[in-house]
Design a protein around this ligand. Structure first.
Ligand code: C2E
Ligand code: CA
Ligand code: CA
Ligand code: CA
Length: 278
């Protein structure tokens, strides 16, 4: 037993050290990434289930690290949140998406809408941020409707006057709000109305084991019915099979995204992808 304990100890410690070192190095590198133009956005099409039409996409950030290659947001967003860099990164994402949606409103669909992800930390900083977003859209001559901000319920849970003010300001400007990862936390119905949410995004964990007889199918139907009763629309994420797509349509789900339709792709590829579907 003693030997096993020692083995376990010697096995885990270097791994943990390595993880901590990686994190520390990533944190250092991250400070230069924005200035060195190492970020780019991929776009995943969001499909209207009833018609197959595509006039929405979610922007997903990637970090092209000079030595490590592409670093996933799951690995660096938490670090950016801790350091506060997420505020600058979030502004960059917004600016990129705003430029892109302007282009796609001309070349793909006049009502094209891009969803951007936002971190709770972005809400703690600066009322000014939302003002600049709204102002920047106005400066570009873009309606608020061209943008959806995806938030997680953490934002609503530690709601303070700042969060409420920002959400109201966005609403007044026409920017829509989606509640991401819906069903995974303590999402309460009262939040959906109190904060005037426009979309819920059914989390991939409900879509993964979706079969006609499954509990997940029952849950998806219930979430859709509830959302619709409250006047919200529903997006399902992580759709990987035709069966999942069919069941979500049957459940009354409005939109879906996932590898079954398309993986997140560079902006240049999206116009052709939409054209090829039509
Ligand atoms: P999320 O917002 O829940 O995004 C969905 C994730 O599922 C994305 O991972 C997407 O690439 C992936 N995905 C899409 N379709 C499928 C599918 O059919 N099957 C499976 N297994 N996965 C699918 P990604 O791009 O690695 O992003 C991970 C998370 O990082 C996102 O989760 C989001 O929370 C965060 N994130 C991404 N971009 C940004 C950003 O610009 N700002 C902030 N604050 N967070 C971001
Ligand atoms: Ca999202
Ligand atoms: Ca999600
Ligand atoms: Ca997520």
């Amino acid at each position: 037993a003693k030997g096993a304990g020692r083995n376990r100890y010697s096995f885990f410690t270097p791994a943990l050290q390595e993880a901590a070192l990686t994190r520390a190095r990533l944190a250092t590198d991250l400070r230069f990434a924005l200035g060195a133009q190492q970020f780019h956005l991929l776009y995943q099409p969001i499909v209207e289930l009833a018609t197959g039409a595509v006039y929405k996409a979610e922007a997903l950030i990637r970090w092209q690290h000079p030595e490590r290659g592409v670093v996933s947001p799951a690995a660096f967003i938490p670090i950016a949140e801790t350091s506060g860099l997420i505020v600058e990164i979030g502004d960059w994402v917004f600016a990129q998406a705003a430029r892109q949606v302007q282009q796609w409103r001309q070349s793909v669909h006049p009502q094209f809408q891009i969803s951007i992800n936002s971190s709770p930390v972005q809400f703690q900083h600066a009322r000014t941020q939302s003002e600049t977003w709204v102002q920047r859209l106005q400066t570009q001559g873009l309606p608020g409707e061209c943008l959806t901000v995806e938030i997680t319920e953490g934002v609503l849970l530690d709601s303070n006057a700042g969060v409420t003010a920002k959400l109201l300001e966005w609403r007044d400007a026409g920017i829509q709000v989606a509640l991401d990862d819906f069903g995974t936390g303590y999402s309460s119905l009262s939040y959906l109305q109190k904060f005037d949410i426009d979309f819920i995004k059914i989390d991939q964990s409900f879509v993964r084991d979706l079969h006609a007889q499954s509990t997940n199918f029952t849950l998806c139907k219930a979430m859709v019915a509830m959302a619709h009763a409250l006047g919200l629309q529903v997006v399902a994420e992580g759709v990987e099979t035709a069966e999942q797509r069919d069941l979500l349509l049957q459940a009354g789900c409005d939109y879906a995204q996932g590898y079954w339709f398309a993986r997140p792709m560079p902006a240049e590829a999206l116009v052709d992808w939409v054209a090829a579907r039509a």
